[in-house]
Design a protein around this ligand. Structure first.
Ligand code: FUC
Length: 349
């Protein structure tokens, strides 16, 4: 199996060059990433008319990625999700993080992984070409304890799996590490995902307070619009949420990874394209882009206009704020310790 690679100048951001790196397999599948935010730029698959289709939302310019609060397909860290009152409890200590949503620290705060320009290269790992991004997330920049030496690797396999792996080492203090990708999929040829089907290996989702901070309670999915155990048309489920403020999903599902770590499958019946999401961790955020607006959402897919339900973000992670709510998991990285987390997208078309 041969993987061909390319590296091109994508744009400039803040005076810095932003590079786009690509991997293409012999089936004609391409995955590309840009160094701003280590962002997943595209997953392209061949179409029957001899062209190709991009399965994730993207923008023409680097600045578009930070012009709105939606983290479009960007790397998220040190911690995905919301930390109550921006107070990170770690052992007997409490660290004051930087708030970026009212009192809350969201997705690593204002200086998280997504806001950084990463050092990128195409290199090989076990003789296979990979895209590798490196960045040291500094305590002085994001106020999380300790420095976090972080590498994000993209690999594309011959069976059309995009393998994303995050490896981090804590230096100077114990810290937390719960990365994800904020990937917005739109697998079809339409400008929304209402006709997509979604299956999630989940029996429950998280209860929130009025500012979306988890209370620690789990709510049963059964007999509610949150039941995605069987393949469910997203448009039907979203319609059942029409009397909620959100008018769609912005929710955290507790998931049960299958033997192959599958936690969810998104599919588009019209084009027969699908993605199986694999992760060994216990959480998946589903955000159906309910609050996308026309402004500052310069999507290539819709020629410069954003609209609700244009994509669905599926964010595999450990359930959030788990140093406050230890029943949600353990994302603590001890000083000097190294840990790897993985998310795989297995594509069919
Ligand atoms: C998800 C949501 C948040 C936010 C972000 C863009 O992670 O949980 O509410 O809107 O996406």
């Amino acid at each position: 199996m041969t993987i061909s690679t390319s590296e091109t100048l994508f744009d400039h951001y803040d005076g810095q060059p932003i590079t786009k790196f690509s991997l293409t397999n012999e089936n004609g599948v391409t995955v590309s990433a840009i160094s701003l935010g280590a962002t997943l730029y595209e997953i392209k698959v061949p179409t029957s008319d001899g062209s190709d289709a991009n399965l994730v939302l993207n923008y023409p310019h680097a600045a578009d990625y930070l012009a709105n609060p939606f983290y479009v397909s960007m790397a998220i860290g040190r911690t995905a999700g919301r930390i109550k009152d921006s107070q990170l409890k770690l052992g007997s200590e409490t660290f004051e993080l930087q708030p970026n949503e009212g009192p809350t620290n969201l997705h690593g705060g204002p200086h998280g992984f997504n806001s950084q320009v990463w050092d990128g290269e195409i290199t090989t790992e076990n003789n296979v070409p990979v895209i590798k991004f490196h960045h040291v997330q500094k305590e002085v920049d994001d106020a999380f304890p300790g420095d976090l030496d972080t590498t994000i690797t993209y690999q594309l396999t011959e069976d059309n799996t995009v393998k994303l792996s995050f490896t981090a080492t804590a230096n100077g203090h114990d810290t937390v590490f719960n990365p994800t990708y904020h990937t917005y999929f739109n697998l079809g040829n339409e400008s929304d995902i209402l006709n997509h089907n979604l299956m999630i290996n989940s029996d429950s989702h998280l209860e929130f307070d009025e500012i979306k901070v988890p209370t620690g309670n789990l709510l049963d999915n059964k007999n509610t619009p949150f039941d995605f155990k069987e393949n469910t048309k997203l448009g039907d489920a979203i319609k059942q949420m029409s009397n909620t403020t959100e008018k769609g999903f912005d929710d955290i599902f507790k998931v049960n990874p299958a033997d192959n770590n599958e936690i969810a499958v998104l599919s588009d019946p019209a084009t027969k394209r699908s993605v199986s999401i694999r992760s060994s961790r216990n959480g998946l955020v589903v955000f159906t882009a309910n609050s996308f607006t026309e402004e500052n959402m310069n999507f290539i897919k819709t020629n410069g206009v954003g609209k609700p339900y244009e994509g669905v973000a599926l964010e595999a992670q450990t359930l959030p704020d788990s140093t406050r709510l230890p029943q949600f998991g353990d994302v603590i990285l001890k000083d000097g310790q190294t840990k790897t987390e993985e998310i795989d997208y297995h594509i069919s078309f």
